[in-house]
Design a protein around this ligand. Structure first.
Ligand code: 5AD
Ligand code: SF4
Length: 475
């Protein structure tokens, strides 16, 4: 999202920073936090990498393809850095995110144009690291003792508002699950929960700035166990109860979760807390118990199905979404058929599916029974066709219904506004003639869904402005 903000000190020449994020929502949010910090250092955000004094590639290491993208990006940046040097301009190139954490100094050996490598736990040190990087190649991939969140500035009200009414809040980082295919426990480290008060304080300041919807983020967010002021430990359900009491906040969400941590209290929160949206992203990865065991998922297909049944028993309309990996080492046609059966049984609202990619350092990378690439491709197509059918069916079922939509930004066309349903579906509507788009942003209105076009729903506002006002961004 483009951002414009004034430098802290107008006497100083404006420096421009471009941050490009790959991968998950955590990276998107980390980039926002880095931008907040850089604003304090006098950097203005730019959409144009060619024009930037500082380029940060916020990288993803989850699959080989994602990790390799970094090097092609660096190749392009090197050319521009050399051109700018001829114009007498300095360009710093930083690699952040999970590739930085996983590869460290190797990045600079392979791509000497890179000035700084910074892991996700060290973003709060960016100002000092950038100073160091001016003189010499700098690498920081420590897991420092201090909590980076204590040192990262809370975004200003103005900056929060610029990002819109739906925002992210990190409550937990890292993972102790060690699924055998996954680099996250290595790149993001051990599971850590932020203290309850810190989370609530951040949520309150977000609500004050006009944020209406908060998505709690964590690599394993439903394993949240934050220390409360009285010394007790709160799980995610208790945290949602407290967040529900914050006036101004209308919607709460969370991602991403592990089936093992889907506690009864959290399931019941979906029944008891109206602000907790009917949406659950619960990756299952595969439907075969043999493969789930090899993946070290610590649950069986039946356990997953039982959780879904229980969640639906308390919140029948909930949108269930998931992640899948096809072609894990040793996956047979029968194993894959088990995955297809599980998908048919659940009926997903949306899902992400990937071909297995061996990642260095993980247990599964040692396996010798790799599935041929062509088989992986065929399975992915088969699975995605079924998931797409289910997604279309889920969306089509909304047609004719009236759902509350939180409006987030102007739509693609003049007079149109885009928002999200409780089920996280994109919804586009034409605003009533004479109304300003900006007056609708941050509001929740009832929308009657009329049609499904390619990837988004279209509808009509049922309640006019004023009546529909269950919010609005703070001025
Ligand atoms: N290969 C393919 N997909 C992977 N994922 C994680 N590691 C791998 C890997 N090595 C997928 C999982 C996870 C999602 C974020 O990425 O489905 O849930
Ligand atoms: Fe990776 Fe498994 Fe942890 Fe998810 S739960 S981050 S897939 S190790």
């Amino acid at each position: 999202m483009p951002e414009q903000f004034p430098p802290d000190n107008s006497e100083r020449p404006v420096k421009r920073a471009h941050i490009k994020s790959f991968g998950c929502q955590m990276n998107v949010h980390d980039a926002e936090r880095m931008a907040d910090l850089l604003a304090r250092e006098g950097y203005e955000a730019t959409e144009n990498a060619d024009d930037a004094d500082l380029v940060i590639l916020n990288t993803c290491h989850i699959r080989e393809k994602a990790a390799e993208k970094v090097y092609s990006e660096i190749g392009r940046l090197r050319v521009r850095k050399e051109e700018r040097a001829l114009e007498g301009k300095e360009t710093l190139i930083a690699v952040a995110g999970c590739v930085a954490q996983a590869e460290g100094g190797e990045i600079i050996r392979r791509a000497p144009t890179v000035d700084l490598v910074v892991g996700p736990q060290s973003y709060h040190r960016l100002p000092d690291l950038l100073k160091d990087a001016r003189g010499r190649k700098t690498i920081d991939t420590d897991f420092p003792d201090e909590d980076k969140f204590d040192h990262l500035p809370l975004p200003s009200k103005k900056r929060l508002m610029a990002r819109g009414p739906a925002a992210f809040l990190t409550v937990q980082e890292g993972c102790d699950k060690f699924c055998s295919f996954c680099v996250v426990p290595f790149t993001r480290g051990a599971e850590v929960s932020r203290p309850v008060e810190a989370v609530l304080a951040e949520a309150r300041s977000m609500a004050e700035a006009g944020v209406k919807e908060i998505m709690l983020l964590g690599q394993n967010v439903n394993a949240y166990h934050g220390l409360a002021a009285d010394g007790s430990v709160w799980g995610l359900a208790r945290l949602f109860e407290a967040l529900s009491e914050i006036e101004g906040l209308k919607r709460l969400r969370y991602a991403t979760s592990h089936p093992r941590d889907m506690e009864e209290a959290l399931i019941l929160a979906h029944r008891d807390l109206p602000k907790l949206m009917p949406y659950l992203h619960l990756p299952v990865q595969a439907g075969s118990d043999r493969i789930l065991k090899a993946m070290n998922r610590k649950h069986k297909a039946a356990d997953y199905l039982a959780i879904i049944e229980r969640v639906r028993s308390v919140r029948p309309d909930i949108a269930i979404t998931s992640d899948f990996i096809v072609g894990f080492p040793g996956e047979t046609d029968a194993d894959f058929e088990d995955t297809m059966r599980l998908v048919r049984e659940v009926g997903f609202a949306t899902a992400y599916s990937f071909k297995y990619s061996a990642r260095p350092g993980t247990k599964a990378a040692e396996a010798e029974d790799a599935v041929p690439e062509a088989v992986k491709t065929a399975r992915l197509h088969t699975l995605q066709a079924l998931l797409m059918e289910q997604q279309n069916a889920f969306n089509a079922a909304t047609i004719g219904r009236t759902v509350p939509v939180l409006f987030e930004k102007p739509g693609r066309y003049e007079g149109q506004i885009a928002g999200k349903s409780p089920y996280l579906q994109a919804v586009h509507v034409d605003i009533p003639s004479g109304d300003e788009i900006s007056a609708w942003i941050g509001r929740i209105a009832d929308v009657r869904i009329t049609e499904l076009r390619s990837n988004s729903l279209h509808g009509e506002i049922v309640s006019p402005l004023g009546e529909a006002d269950r919010g609005g961004m703070a001025a």
